[in-house]
Design a protein around this ligand. Structure first.
Ligand code: GDP
Ligand code: IMO
Ligand code: MG
Length: 425
């Protein structure tokens, strides 16, 4: 019972990276279980900002081993670039391990992703354009390449040539020789990081080490439970963690859902509590709500407890981490969407897709800045009233509250698992 899961509880960009960075100070192993370079996890340490796409955020806190798990799809170009830039910033990447079972995302996946978005026209999903969907399609269609295959040059060539020939018949040009040459060029940098991460993980668990599973995206972007088809192509919920790293449910101790004190979404799709007015604009500016990966402006709105109750159930959340509370400082009032008017009698993602009107519960705002608070009691009473109501409505305790992007700008409450994640030191 040694694994702590950190899951995005909204539509991604909740601040998972900074929460993992904080927890990783007391952990031995941090593993990413899904997605690829569609993720952008930002961590601020002092005046330095790190943006991680595929390498687990635990690498910054010096977690002993960082795993890019079997459930991920990894662009070698991106991986090599990230190792280089982290190395150049003085971060030790020698114990970043790429699972031999992870799938390799190839240049034609990116072409296919972008071509599919163009073909959708006005109905585009707003993907990050990183080839994620097509890479997962190839995995399921049993024609993908795994990182472990990179050790066998003939196998790499056979997979690429066969797939490029198929794509040519569909009118998509892909140069097999150039792709193989590029893979071989990356070999010396990538192959030393490839490892049986399942064995590594279970050796760590047997030795009583602390493990964090780092989610990417958010539960409402889950391919099954999210706002389909405006979702990503992987399982982003807690159940996806075991399937993406290779452990069973009995190994899980805590499931921490990370949510902003409000809500954002980047890309198309339903967002019942969206604000299209000055208040939403103010959230975007104060929260610097522009995507890490694509630079797109994020859509903003009030926190949605209908969605969070669903996410808490689907993930079995044991704790909430609420981030970016400081962004709401100075608002006259803050609201919480606690219901949908006019929602069809259907499961939640279907309800959200209908033209519903959010039912808002209103709270008094606070003028005093929260950025300096390091204990819950130091928050303005209005902010506490808002958070207390949020926890009661969702039915999950709020154990962490972040009040700024920097590592130290976090409030850890008495019941928080961080207290159990005893320091390695
Ligand atoms: P992730 O993908 O879930 O890791 O989240 P992102 O890194 O994409 O987006 C979160 C953004 O909010 C990043 O720019 C963080 O630096 C920033 N951030 C995280 N926590 C806080 C906070 O408590 N306050 C403020 N103002 N910014 C925060
Ligand atoms: P992190 O881990 C926010 C969104 C895209 C698009 C949809 C499908 O940083 O929270 P994809 O490229 O995955 O096929 O795009 O999912 N999306 C994210 N939104 N944060 C992310 O990751 C995201 N990863 C994918 O914007 O709507
Ligand atoms: Mg992000």
């Amino acid at each position: 019972m040694a694994i702590t899961l950190v899951i995005g509880a909204q539509w991604g960009d909740e601040g998972k990276g900074r929460i993992v960075d904080f927890l990783a100070a007391g952990a031995d192993v941090v593993g990413r279980f899904g997605g690829g370079a569609n993720a952008g996890h930002t961590v601020r340490v002092g005046d330095k900002t790190y943006k991680l796409r595929i390498v687990p955020s635990g690498v910054l806190a010096g977690a002993l081993d960082c795993i890019i798990g079997p459930g991920t799809v990894v662009s070698l170009d991106q991986f090599v670039e990230e190792l280089r830039s982290l190395g150049a910033a003085g971060i030790d990447v020698s114990r970043v391990w790429l699972s031999d079972l992870a799938h390799v995302l190839l240049p034609y996946h990116i072409e296919q992703d972008r071509a599919a978005e163009r073909a959708r026209g006005d109905a585009a999903l707003g993907t990050t354009g990183n080839g994620i969907g097509p890479a997962y399609v190839d995995r399921v269609a049993r024609r993908g390449m795994r990182a472990g295959d990179l050790r066998d040059r003939a196998r790499v060539r056979a997979i690429v040539e066969r797939r490029c020939a198929e794509l040519a018949r569909e009118g998509i040009g892909a140069d097999a020789a150039a792709i193989v040459a590029r893979i071989e060029e990356h070999g010396p940098m990538v192959v030393p990081h490839i490892r049986d991460t399942v064995a590594l993980l279970h050796d760590a668990l047997r030795a009583g080490k602390r493990v964090i599973a780092e989610g990417a995206q958010g539960a409402l972007l889950d391919v099954t439970f999210g706002t389909y088809p405006y979702v990503t192509s992987s399982s982003t919920v807690a159940g996806g963690a075991g399937a993406g790293l290779g452990f069973g449910p009995t190994a899980v101790e805590h499931v921490i859902g990370v949510a902003k004190a409000y809500a954002t979404r980047v890309g198309a799709g339903p967002f019942p509590s969206e604000l299209l007015d000055d208040v939403g604009e103010r959230m975007r500016e104060r929260g610097a709500e522009y995507g890490t990966v694509t630079g797109r402006a994020r859509r903003t709105g009030w926190i949605d407890t209908v969605a969070l109750r669903y996410v808490a159930a689907v993930n079995g959340l044991t704790h909430l981490a609420i981030t970016k509370l400081d962004v709401l400082d100075g608002f006259d009032q803050v609201c919480m969407c606690t219901g949908y008017d006019g929602a069809p009698d259907a499961s939640l993602p279907f309800q959200m897709s209908a033209p519903v009107k959010p039912v808002l519960r209103r709270f008094a705002g606070w003028t005093q800045p929260t950025t300096g608070a390091r204990a819950y009691g130091e928050l303005p009473p209005q902010a506490r009233a808002y958070l207390d109501a949020l926890a009661a409505d969702v039915g999950v305790p709020i154990s962490y509250v972040s009040v700024g992007p920097e590592r130290s700008q976090i409030i850890v409450r008495e019941d928080a698992p961080a207290k159990a994640l005893a320091s390695r030191a």
